[in-house]
Design a protein around this ligand. Structure first.
Ligand SMILES: [Zn+2]
Length: 280
């Protein structure tokens, strides 16, 4: 018996390797495409989902925090020729205490008068702007707290004018009111500072000396009379602590708390040195 002739494989068998080969190549090609397609589209999709919500997030976050509180509503005008009034005044600012002091005054519904030094105005213009925006009166307290009597009158008045200019630049408000540092003035200086009026005080809370909220309150309540101008300091933290008691006590005594110009029924004219308002 000779060797069995090798039978030819049927056609379908012969084409199996071809089919497998084609199929395999297709698989390889498919598998090459498959991973690339998602990885290509994935970053695009990811990018889209990162960039799309971003503007929405920004517009959602922007409004709540930076919006300042609206200024307090204007108060009824007080006629100090008919009701007893006193004026709280704060010197030497603006200072790091200013925001807390202004918050207190706002919460208490009190309008005060701020005598700012020029050098502090240029360092804290935003606080001067807020003094005005909150309805307070702003005035000058020399450029750098120099005793005006110890300067040449022309120099003292130049400094006062520079301070008024800095206040105008910071707040848009013009002022003719000046509080001489240490209450130090004389007729020569006043005459030299044409167009200005000096505002002194007749109640000194001594906050600058005692730094004691209870003593500050005692002076404010015991020493005030109708028309009093009460001296306090923006720079003394205990003054901020004393403020609620001072305000409540003065109101209990029947006083309306006003700004310095409100003590008068007509505008303050230049060329005066004033320690208190009129007594009704
Ligand atoms: Zn001062």
């Amino acid at each position: 018996m000779g060797p069995q002739p090798r039978s030819r494989p049927p056609l379908w068998q012969a084409s199996v390797p071809l089919i497998i080969g084609v199929f395999g190549a297709g698989l390889v090609a498919f598998s090459l495409i498959l991973p690339t397609t998602p990885t290509l589209s994935a970053p695009v999709a990811a990018k889209a989902t990162i960039t799309a919500p971003a503007p929405a997030e920004v517009s959602k976050q922007a409004p709540p925090s930076p919006l300042p509180e609206p200024p307090p509503p204007p108060q009824e005008p007080i006629d100090c020729s008919k009701v007893p009034c006193v004026a709280l005044t704060f010197d030497d600012g603006p200072s790091p205490n200013s925001a807390g002091l202004l918050d207190q005054l706002r919460a208490l519904g009190v309008k005060a008068t701020f005598f700012n030094t020029g050098q502090n105005v240029v360092n804290h213009p935003d606080q001067v702007k807020r003094q005005v925006d909150d309805g307070h009166v702003v005035a000058g307290h020399s450029w750098n707290h120099t005793d005006m009597r110890k300067q040449k009158p022309g120099k003292a008045c130049d400094d006062a004018a520079r301070t008024a200019e800095a206040i105008r630049n910071a707040s848009g408000v013009e002022t003719i009111l000046v509080r001489p540092p240490y209450g130090g003035w004389n007729q020569t200086v006043l005459s030299a500072c044409q167009g200005m009026t000096f505002i002194l005080w007749n109640v000194d809370t001594l906050d600058w000396s005692t730094h004691d909220a209870a003593k500050i309150t005692d002076h404010a309540l015991n020493d005030s009379k109708p028309g009093s101008i009460i001296l306090m300091h923006d720079t003394v933290p205990e003054t901020v602590d004393a403020l609620p008691g001072v305000v409540a006590g003065l109101r209990d005594l029947g006083y309306a708390l006003v700004t310095v110009p409100e003590l008068w029924t007509s505008p303050i004219t230049p060329g005066q040195a004033i320690y208190s308002g009129p007594h009704p």
